[in-house]
Design a protein around this ligand. Sequence first.
Ligand code: PRP
Length: 205
Amino acid sequence: MLTIALPKGRIANESLNIFTTIFGNGFEFEDRKLILKTPQFNFLLVRNQDVPAYVKHQAADLGIVGLDVLEEQELDLVQLLDLGIGKCKVCVGMKNGEFLDYDKPEIRVATKMERIAKNYFSKKAMAANIIKLYGSIELAPLVGLCDAIVDIVESGATMRQNGLHVVETIMESSAYLIANQNSFIEKKSEILDLYYRIAPLVKKD
Ligand code: PRP
């Protein structure tokens, strides 16, 4: 039996569609339930950012989570497969007409992704004062809380509709199948069996 942590929302639905394609029907969470038990798997429905914790502590053997979240949390997890779903970019955004000024002694950056932002600006030898926020990041530069944001861009609509634009792309992200290191040893054949069933369904582009 494998336990798999899925991130609430579209990625969970798309992931369960993959299981339906492989194993047939029955991969649907009931109303508000957070556990789905099937004969072969237990699925857990968790917050996106919490998936690595469930897998790290082996509450789940496997998880599906964005590369951006893995990059931000830097945990020792086995990255098995890029599922090619949940594609997005992590970008630096500023108000329309503004660009990064590398001569500025310090830049104020609002973000949910502190580590990614910190690493990015330190590689650019730019002093960044990171302001941690939990959502609605695009608002911050509009009211003078920061000079720039580091945030997820998917369709680009949120930035566009708030008068922001992408000034630099830090990384491309998509959802990965990840495994706990011990589970990968203890349940290797089960995990690899699943891997070889999912891998051919992954769209390459
Ligand atoms: C994410 C992200 C952007 C938005 C990008 O926020 O932080 O705000 O989606 O998507 P788009 O490019 O398609 O407009 P989320 O919806 O998770 O809400 P949050 O601001 O509460 O984190």
